[in-house]
Ligand binder design. Structure first.
Ligand SMILES: *Cc1c(COP(=O)(O)O)cnc(C)c1O
Length: 390
């Protein structure tokens, strides 16, 4: 029996009727662009995250781009990002002519380390790359914003990061592309992914915890001015009417059909988040006793949605041996992310080199991900554990 890495087919069988009804409704209504399903989804998901409003976007990447545009990020601005993330996080910064400044991660949570952010922000403020590795040849930069990423479904350390950002007068944009549904208990209140920073962004790429059947994303904000800006930027900087353009924007809309798919899938989302916790608990039981594996850790008071179940091996060679064993047992695996962004050819111009971000580099050389989805059976997990045990 082959095990899927992410089982979207089983999920589809569960929601097929509702999804088909939703798509049929859009087809018959003719409201293919900005149909009522989009506003309905925005309202429902904002309610779930606990923000005042949400703005659908064509992808998670466009959501991040729109957020940076709304905050006026541009040339001369430093935007602090972790290097251990998907390309889009830093790509949108560079697309706007601003400069990504990488901040190394915490070795346990894999998320941006607040102490490193403080050092990096101070280095930018003083223009001193002896204080922290900075991009080369940019001239003086202004620390403008921070994009913490909630990697693998676990919230970044906002209690640590938000005060640092505030002390340096910087905006925070939460990249919640992998963490929709993740929670944090804070003085008796449940905070959700999508509610941190001035704007939070998520993705509905099919493999994300809440995925559609194509590309999609969303911005969340409490700020009515940012809401208006995001709505305008989404349609070419639209002003009072369709043919007034008051700023530059993009074609950043979420498809009505994808909104209909998401409305159907959102009905079972809370249950899927619960199932993900069960699968993760079983992995912890099965894999905990195996020597040399560092399993994901969820800090007290938090829940992860485990967009990935990522394990660290003892060394690159140990990882290679484990991946080969899993392949032999027909268990699919993946490496997120083999090359941190500061070492990607696309960012070579920033002048970082090996050794600039030691934690990210060490983790990238040892991490790998095994199948994770709400419908993973106990039997499949036992098969995976046997393969890992060798
Ligand atoms: C997937 C992802 C994005 C981009 O989302 P798309 O919908 O694929 O454009 C951005 N940031 C992170 C961390 C992601 O995992």
């Amino acid at each position: 029996m082959s095990i899927p890495f992410i089982d979207l087919k089983t999920q589809y069988r569960r929601v097929a009727d509702e999804v088909q009804r939703g798509i049929q409704g859009v087809l018959e209504s003719g409201a293919y662009i900005n149909g009522p399903e989009v506003a309905c989804l925005e309202e429902r998901l904002a309610g779930y995250c606990g923000t005042r409003s949400a703005v659908g976007a064509a992808s998670g990447t466009d959501a991040l781009l729109m957020a940076l545009m709304a905050l006026g990020v541009g040339p001369g601005d430093a935007v602090f990002c972790p290097p251990f993330t998907f390309m889009a996080t830093a790509e949108v910064v560079a697309l706007l002519g601003a400069t990504p400044v990488f901040v190394d991660i915490d070795p346990v949570t894999y998320n941006m380390d607040p102490a490193q952010l403080e050092k990096a922000a101070r280095a930018v403020r003083k223009g001193e790359s002896s204080l922290y590795p900075l991009p080369a040849g940019t001239g003086r930069l202004k620390g403008k914003a921070v994009i913490p990423v909630d990697l693998f479904g676990l919230l970044a350390d906002y209690a640590g990061l938000l005060p640092v950002a505030a002390a340096h007068g910087m905006y925070v944009i939460e990249d919640a592309a992998q963490a929709f549904g993740a929670t944090l208990e804070q003085s008796g209140v449940t905070r959700r992914a999508g509610s941190f920073g001035q704007i939070a962004c998520t993705s509905f790429f099919p493999a994300k915890p809440l995925g559609c059947y194509g590309d999609g994303g969303m911005c969340f904000t409490d700020d009515p001015e940012l809401l208006e800006l995001l709505r305008s930027i989404r349609v070419h900087g639209q002003g009072r009417d369709k043919y007034e353009n008051v700023r530059l924007g993009i074609t950043g809309r979420l498809d009505t059909m994808q909104a209909a798919v998401l409305l159907a899938k959102f009905e079972i989302f809370a249950d899927e988040v619960r199932l993900r916790q069960e699968v993760a608990r079983r992995y912890a039981e099965l894999l905990g006793p195996l020597p040399g594996l560092i399993l994901p850790e969820v800090p007290d008071g938090q829940t992860s949605v485990f967009a990935q179940y990522s394990i660290q091996a003892e060394s690159p060679a140990h990882r290679q041996a484990l991946l080969e064993r899993l392949a032999k047992a027909s268990v699919p695996t993946s490496i997120y992310y083999p090359t941190p962004l500061h070492l990607q050819p696309a960012f070579a111009g920033l002048g970082y080199g090996p050794g600039s971000m030691p934690v990210s580099e060490a983790v990238a050389a040892r991490i790998f991900s095994i199948p994770m989805h709400p419908y993973l059976t106990e039997q499949a997990q036992e098969q995976i554990a046997r393969a890992l045990a060798g």
